[in-house]
Design a protein around this ligand. Structure first.
Ligand SMILES: Cc1ncc(COP(=O)(O)O)c(C=O)c1O
Ligand SMILES: N[C@@H](CCCC[NH3+])C(=O)O
Length: 405
């Protein structure tokens, strides 16, 4: 799709997030087709991009939601995701979150410790309900990704080891208030190698078989998210191979296959627009200073993540520059040594593949308002979140000002 970046920047201002909804649909359909012929559900990982309109767009296509807080569960329900298509994961669910999830009667709570299981049992008992649960298994497989986003090794805080999972299933199966319907693993994000996923799926499927042998029947086999995307020149996992690996691992099991892609659905559908404020050269080093900052898009600062940056409709001889924001941190950059033409005040830069973990990780650091978000669909653009104002930011503090006087 041809995107008129300049016109969008002019209409909505910068910094700005833009998401191509047609591309999101295309990604959803590709993955759905890869699972064709099997009982399956794609639970979009809301944490990647939790704008209500993005979730609603995927819900209309038939997606469920993978949530990591009760706030995300509420967003999914508000956006129109069916309650039986919602899963709630996370190592640290509070009592009030567990209670609300049980009251809202979502598909299942994905448990990450024995202590949590006991808490869920107690709350289900108080409510006189049976809690549908899955257990997140930590298969101790190296996903071969950035260490900050690896989750399937014993050194990571996520899930429980196989033996513990089995003990938990046996306990849950006997409990009046727990119904173990699912099993889950998620070994990391931005995965570009299939073997760690294949191996994990096999380990977890073997556990399902051993549970079946003791009459514990698992209905939902959840392979988590993690499918990597192209930011620069990565070779990613073809979704058909991904699905095949899961079919192979679960051969002979009568289960519904669930997956929880976040980044795969939205990363490449999104772009971040930022305008040039100034250029400067410090002792021979060129800096392009823009109006967006690490508070808007933190991935380069946090993970040293690469995002392709283009200057829109600017000609001239290119030279290397660091693209930096106005935030008072040396780590406030979008790109280092980026080849760019000479730039003027108000020239537009586009930071590509910013649809996942962009806005959702934005903050108000330096009292900077969060950017606006825009959707593009069938050639039309529309605002899906307005730019924050100063008033929005101080709303929860203002009433307390000067109360000490
Ligand atoms: C349990 C779980 N499911 C799904 C995801 C989504 O991951 P990704 O965006 O890499 O697909 C995550 C995040 O890593 C997660 O922790
Ligand atoms: N936020 C990370 C990924 C973490 C995924 C959630 N467990 C990123 O931007 O790549």
């Amino acid at each position: 799709m041809d995107i008129d970046y300049k016109a969008l920047a002019k209409k909505y201002g910068t910094p700005l997030y833009m998401y191509d909804f047609d591309y999101i649909e295309h990604r959803y359909n590709d993955l759905k087709e890869a699972f064709a012929g099997k009982k399956s559900l794609i639970n979009y990982a809301v944490k990647a991009n939790s704008n209500l309109s993005v979730i609603a767009h995927l819900a209309k296509l038939g997606a469920g939601a993978d949530c990591v807080s009760i706030g995300e569960v509420r967003r999914a329900l508000d956006a129109g995701v069916k309650k039986y298509n919602i899963i709630f994961s996370g190592v640290g669910k509070r009592d009030d979150e567990i209670r609300e999830a049980l009251e809202k009667d979502i598909l299942m709570l994905n448990l990450e410790s024995e202590a949590e299981m006991k808490r869920v049992e107690m709350i289900a008992k108080e409510l006189g309900k049976e809690a549908r649960i899955s257990i997140r298994v930590n298969p101790n497989i190296d996903p071969q990704t950035h260490p900050y986003i690896s989750t399937g090794l014993h050194e990571n805080k996520f899930g429980v080891e196989i033996d513990m999972a089995k003990r938990m299933y046996i306990y849950a199966n006997k409990s009046e208030y727990l119904n173990p319907v699912g099993i889950h693993f998620h070994i990391g994000s931005q995965l570009t190698k299939l073997d760690p996923i294949r191996e994990s799926a096999q380990i977890v499927a073997d556990l399902v078989r051993s549970l079946k042998a003791i009459k514990i029947d698992i209905k939902f086999f959840d392979v988590g998210g993690g499918i990597g995307v192209v930011y620069s020149d990565e070779i990613t996992i073809p979704v058909r191979d991904y699905a095949e690996a899961i079919f192979d691992a679960t051969k002979g099991l009568d289960v519904t296959l669930l997956c929880e892609p976040g980044r795969y659905m939205v990363a490449n559908a999104g772009a971040f627009f930022t305008s040039v404020l100034y250029e400067k050269v410090n002792a021979g080093k060129r800096f392009v200073i823009v109006d967006g900052g690490m508070n808007d898009l933190i991935r380069p600062s946090l993970y040293d993540a690469y995002h392709k940056i283009d200057a829109v409709m600017v000609e001239g001889e290119k030279s290397f520059a660091d693209v930096v924001g106005p935030v008072c941190e040396s780590g406030d950059f979008f790109g280092k040594n980026v080849l760019l033409p000479p730039l003027q005040h108000n020239d537009l830069l586009v930071v590509h593949s910013a649809g996942a973990y962009g806005f959702t990780m934005a903050s108000n650091y330096n009292t900077r308002p969060k950017p606006a978000e825009v959707a593009l669909e069938a050639g039309k653009d529309r605002l899906i979140r307005r730019r924050e104002s100063y008033e929005d930011q101080i709303r929860l503090e203002k009433e307390f000002l000067h109360r000490d006087q």
